[in-house]
Design a protein around this ligand. Structure first.
Ligand SMILES: C[S@@+](CC[C@H](N)C(=O)[O-])C[C@H]1O[C@@H](n2cnc3c(N)ncnc32)[C@H](O)[C@@H]1O
Length: 269
């Protein structure tokens, strides 16, 4: 696994020592961090341990401030466009065709989705998200880019059982910057069910915040995993996960895994 120049995979952001050093280097970020920690504590108390309810609250609050920032940190249109294009170009480089049928998990306000929708045949894009607020922004993105005739589906969900979707339908499933905000049980639930909706030969790409050190989380908003943890989780559900080396070359702090169904057993006719 080559080291990415863009990820700091040994850093443990949950350690007090890291936080103090960070505060000294960036004193202007201390007050916003304390405000965010207070808001998150209130949202966590209100959601009584239900992560999806908690994160939906985070998204509602962030989206009200800036939909661009809600899906990716910096509130800049340029960055929103650039990260969407990076996701799109990567998948097209890996052979995404108009006839593919795509499920985008955590589609947000269609940062990449509007490009997928424009590329795919009408009705071939399905976006799901836990946040109704960001899905309203997604609808605005559709209108802004004049994509009404592409007939995409946009659906709010409260879990990742994918129970309302058909068997063996999607050739591409995509989740960018979603598992970087997910505790392991949410990823586990997704991997337990995604195999059912994947078409034969289809794949599921997802990004994650990679650590080479101790797995940790910050404010239950950002989660850092070792690659082998997620590969093992996929294996537990009969899926194969492959680390995407070429994604590491792109200017993005997260890593990417590609999950595929089990290879057919040649002994079985
Ligand atoms: C950082 S944003 C990224 C959005 C989009 N993938 C993109 O790249 O612009 C994360 C999105 O995932 C959604 N999300 C988080 N956890 C989710 C879950 N368990 N199921 C579905 N969506 C989720 C959030 O509401 C948010 O819209």
């Amino acid at each position: 696994m080559p080291p990415s120049p863009f990820s700091r995979s040994w850093t443990d952001r949950s350690r007090p020592g890291y936080k103090v050093r960070y505060a000294v280097r960036h004193p202007e970020r201390v007050v916003p961090y304390v405000r965010r920690a207070g808001r998150d504590l209130w949202l966590r108390l209100r959601s009584r341990g239900d992560h999806v309810a908690y994160y939906r609250g985070v998204m509602a609050s962030d989206t009200a401030r800036s939909p661009e920032a809600a899906v990716g940190g910096a509130p800049s249109r340029e960055r929103w466009l650039a990260i969407g294009r990076m996701q799109f170009d990567y998948l097209v480089g890996h052979g995404l065709r108009p006839e593919d049928r795509m499920l985008e998990i955590g589609c947000g306000n269609l940062r990449a989705g509007w490009r997928f929708i424009r590329h795919l045949e009408p009705g071939h894009y399905y976006g799901i998200d836990i946040s109704p607020d960001i899905l309203i922004e997604a609808k605005r993105t559709l209108v802004r880019y004049g994509l009404q005739d592409r007939m995409p589906y946009l659906t709010p969900v409260d879990d990742l059982t994918l129970d309302f979707l058909p068997d063996a339908h999607f050739t591409v499933v995509h989740a960018h910057s979603v598992f970087s905000h997910s505790p392991l049980e949410v990823i586990d639930e997704c991997l337990a069910h995604v195999g059912r909706v994947l078409a034969p030969g289809g794949f599921f790409d997802f990004t994650f915040d990679r650590t080479e050190g101790r797995e940790h989380q910050v404010l239950r908003e950002d989660f850092y995993y070792r690659t082998e943890t997620l590969v093992g989780l996929a294996r537990k559900h009969g899926l194969r996960a492959r680390f995407m080396d070429d994604w590491e070359l792109l200017p993005h702090g997260q890593s990417k895994l590609r999950v595929t169904g089990p290879e057919p057993d040649p002994a079985v006719p």
